[in-house]
Write a protein of this length. Structure first.
Length: 256
């Protein structure tokens, strides 16, 4: 598919050779790491505008900072080649972003908290189940914290109105739908692309090996045929008593 190939080429621009050489699974994870966070970055734009309209400049600045860090993470992957580090940078940005927005939106009732659901899923996709479990625990900790503050009557004061909260719910549902769809679609397509590249590399290696075998077989035949004549002639010379000692020594060298 041309669209998938174009996406793969974009992702591969940020993936160092050290990762590409380790196999199809590592390549699939690296491509997911590069591509999956960008819908979150795009979704941060309307949220920033909303909080600027409400004069919540600190929250808007936090959203912008988290979006910049997330958008810059592919360059970090390109220069370090460390997928777990880059995944944690992206997830910490998301975690802090959600925390700031949830505080501004009133705590446990903030729709942005639903975005935390993607953290353990994303961590598992790009770095394995251990990191996924770690981020699952961190997500639960934030939810429990906001729930406890609400139960104690010490929750943060909401700076946005009901209409903005409803728009936030709609935006979060759209983002979650897009992320979950992409989270299933892109890794599957990237895995297929990586497997196809691996099959092509295996086929190329097989063809190179076959070409080498054919070359050696041809050269062996081309060399063996005249050598048989040389050895036969040297055998005939050895059988005749017409050579002096020096010539006989040379014939013996050729024969042996």
């Amino acid at each position: 598919m041309p669209q998938v190939n174009a996406i793969v080429r974009i992702a591969d621009h940020f993936i160092p050779a050290t990762i590409r050489s380790t196999g199809a699974e590592a390549l699939r994870r690296a491509r997911t790491l590069v591509l999956l966070p960008f819908p979150t970055v795009v979704a941060a734009l309307p949220a920033t505008v909303e909080f600027v309209r409400r004069d919540a400049y600190a929250t808007a600045a936090a959203i912008v900072a988290a979006a910049i860090v997330t958008a810059a993470s592919p360059w970090l992957l390109r220069h370090t080649g460390r997928m777990t580090l880059v995944a944690n940078v992206q997830l910490v940005s998301l975690y802090l972003l959600v925390g700031f927005v949830a505080i501004a939106a009133g705590g446990i009732g903030a729709p942005v908290l639903y975005l935390l659901l993607i953290a353990p899923v994303f961590a598992t996709l790009v770095a394995g189940p251990r990191l996924g479990v770690t981020w699952g625990v961190l997500v639960l900790a934030m939810i429990v914290l906001f729930a406890a503050l609400f139960a104690l009557g010490a929750g943060p004061v909401r700076v946005i109105d009901e209409n903005a909260l409803r728009r936030g719910h709609a935006l979060v549902l759209v983002v979650l739908t897009v992320l979950l769809t992409i989270g299933v679609y892109i890794p599957d397509k990237l895995k297929m692309a990586a497997m196809r590249e691996a099959d092509e590399a295996l086929e190329a290696a097989h063809q190179a090996s076959q070409a080498k075998s054919n070359f050696l077989a041809t050269m062996s035949h081309e060399i063996r045929t005249p050598m048989n004549g040389v050895l036969g002639a040297s055998e005939l010379l050895r059988a005749k008593d017409v050579l002096d000692d020096e010539a006989r020594q040379l014939v013996e060298i050729v024969h042996t």
